[in-house]
Design a protein around this ligand. Structure first.
Ligand code: HEC
Length: 193
């Protein structure tokens, strides 16, 4: 081996040693825990001087970075102008006595599917209040198909239960209006109406 060759090979070995040492000391900490912040060799634009959702901000009087919409703001598709459709009751407070959307087989199937997702855990697949969380979790849910008072609920009242929640039952704001009415149609079918 020439002298140059020997020098190159020594350098190679030194590099290998240095790399092994670096991994032994710094890297390969997989699975172990550390209280120090992670090493971030290439930060890109990951950390920026900006406010994130739920951050505090001394800039606004209420101390919150997230701003409420300007009063009266209506987001697209959220103009809830029809009280019967969106609350289950007319402006004078009378409950909707009929479902304000056209109910066909597709809507009924949708209602059955959504009921299975959102209501069945408590009320049971048959609506009798014996869902898994009632049976195993001990959360009593109303018997929608056996309690005479609930059998007599107007469609608007069933809608309202989803809209506002009642007792231990949460409000289901995340179910879109049409789906809620589809669920009402399915509940009425379960009730044999
Ligand atoms: C977390 C369990 C839970 C879930 C999920 C749930 N409910 Fe309920 N529901 C209850 C309980 C508990 C009551 C009885 C509340 C009370 O009377 O205090 C109730 C009551 C009701 C009532 C009767 C309201 C009244 O006027 O007395 C209706 C109607 C109803 N639920 C429909 C639904 C529908 C439709 C869904 C699905 C979108 C649903 N519930 C999901 C627990 C639940």
């Amino acid at each position: 081996m020439t002298r140059r060759g020997r020098r190159l090979s020594r350098m190679g070995t030194a590099c290998l040693l240095a790399a092994t040492l670096a991994f032994a000391v710094g890297g390969c900490t997989r699975g172990s825990t550390s209280k120090r912040p992670p090493i971030h060799p290439n930060p890109n634009m990951d950390d920026q001087p900006k406010i994130e959702p739920f951050d505090a901000s001394p800039w606004f009087p209420d101390g919150s970075a997230m701003r409420p919409p300007v009063p009266g703001t209506v987001a697209r598709g959220e103009l809830f102008a029809d009280p019967v459709l969106h609350t289950g009751a007319a402006a004078d407070g009378t409950w909707a006595a009929v479902i304000p959307i056209a109910v066909d087989d597709a809507v009924m199937a949708r209602g059955e599917e959504r009921f299975g997702i959102y209501c069945q855990p408590c009320h049971g697949a048959k609506g009798n209040g014996k869902g898994p969380s009632a049976v195993r979790g001990g959360i009593p849910a109303a018997n929608l198909v056996g309690d005479p008072r609930l059998l007599a609920l107007e469609p608007g009242q069933i809608y309202h239960a989803m809209d506002a929640g009642i007792g231990l039952m949460p409000a289901f704001a995340r179910i879109p209006t049409e789906d809620r009415w589809a669920i009402v149609a399915y509940v009425e079918e379960l009730q044999g109406r």
